[in-house]
Design a protein around this ligand. Structure first.
Ligand code: SAM
Length: 246
């Protein structure tokens, strides 16, 4: 299977839900508070995955529903957050009533959606004046080992899947943007598992995937900032956008 196909890549997470849940980062509180209006009551976490952002939204006191197309990812979410209603569905076909939520978050996933169809659906389910917030965690490439790790996990990858200005269309106000810097504490050995949770690696033939993971092991064993350390700090920027329904 070609790993260049966007739909296959978007669906790939179903095969790696456990490694995703084990190693992918959460989201810092200040970024989540910036992204969701304080006065909101009902929040949709769209493309919720295993519930990394959902968990933060629940902890901050909002009533949260989740929509996620992958059965495997949704099963992890429900196991971790049994109190959250989690529906199968996509950004382009939301299984929610018109004007039923005050805010929509979509973390690490706007690059997988069809922007016009997703914007129209989000506008439909938002109440008047509601807010949408596309969010991404981006590793800080200025740190040498991070740049090397990233080079390995994107080797041979021709699909652009990083964050970008989200095109939200005419139904929304011009998006505001904010950046939040933080670090994720991770066992150094889990840098291999984190690599295995990337959609490019999930879909590679096993021998090619193993070759890239071997290169990650080599990096961990030899880089002066990683060698011999049980724990490492992965530096992230959380890039947040927010826009109101007109
Ligand atoms: C990188 S994960 C992000 C999961 C979660 N939001 C997080 O921050 O950890 C991307 C998620 O988008 C989902 N996804 C892919 N295409 C989608 C679509 N068209 N609509 C909604 N979700 C989609 C995938 O199943 C996957 O769970």
């Amino acid at each position: 299977m070609s790993t260049d196909d966007r739909a296959d890549r978007a669906a790939s997470f179903d095969r790696a839900a456990a490694v995703y849940q084990a190693t992918r980062p959460s989201y810092p509180e200040d970024a989540v508070r910036w992204s969701v209006p304080r006065e909101a009551r009902d929040v949709l976490d769209l493309a919720a995955g295993t519930g990394k952002l959902t968990e933060r939204l629940v902890a901050l006191g909002w009533h949260v529903v989740a929509v996620e197309p992958s059965d495997g990812m949704r099963a992890e979410l429900t196991a971790a957050l049994p109190e959250v209603e989690a529906f199968p569905g996509t950004a382009e076909h939301l299984p929610l009533a018109d004007a039923s939520v005050d805010a929509v978050t979509i973390a690490q996933a706007w690059h997988w959606v069809d922007p016009p169809a997703a914007s129209a659906e989000i506008a439909r389910v938002l109440r008047p004046g509601g807010q949408v917030a596309p969010i991404w965690n981006v590793r800080d490439q200025e740190v040498d080992w991070v740049a090397r790790w990233t080079e390995i996990v994107h080797r041979g990858d021709t699909l652009e899947t990083s964050y970008r200005d989200p095109e939200l269309g005419d139904r929304f106000t011009e998006p505001e943007h904010a950046t939040f810097r933080w670090t994720q504490r991770l066992r150094t050995a889990d840098l291999r598992t984190l690599a295995a949770s990337r959609s490019h690696l999930i879909l590679l033939p096993p021998d090619e995937r193993d070759a890239l993971l071997d290169d990650i092991d080599e990096l961990v064993a030899t880089h002066p900032d990683l060698r011999g350390s049980e724990w490492t700090e992965v530096p992230y920027r959380t890039e947040c956008y927010r826009a109101r329904l007109r």
